[in-house]
Ligand binder design. Sequence first.
Ligand code: FES
Length: 143
Amino acid sequence: MYDGQDFLRDNRWCLSRRALLTGAGAVGAAGLLSACGAGDTPAGGAAATAGTVLARTGDVPVGGGTVVDGVLVVQPEAGTFTAYDATCPHQGVRVGAPRDGVITCPAHNSTFSAGDGARLGGPATRGLTEIPVRVDGTDILRA
Ligand code: FES
């Protein structure tokens, strides 16, 4: 289950970016840190290519999910696996695993359906981008 500790681990680099940008070396550091997106956390995940194993079926709890390399893999119903680009369409912050069927962005509380990624509320103006996956045995692969 993706939780606050996972969020901090995944976003450690950009949190450090903020600290650097408030320091004296802001100009030089900004260029080095351009890999981070417009938001406070890395954006543009979901870089896995077709055939890449994203997760194992046992790693994705029913009703929950896990974020791997910018891809949020969810299992809204037992045996049904779906994946989304974990980048929030509002300002690029990484969303967390769903709770009670709802995926929430920790930055400004946009919410999305775990079933189809549709926007449910908040400042995001569209839903999450679905990433095609297939299951082969216990592997969940990018299709
Ligand atoms: S970045 Fe996700 S709601 Fe603002």
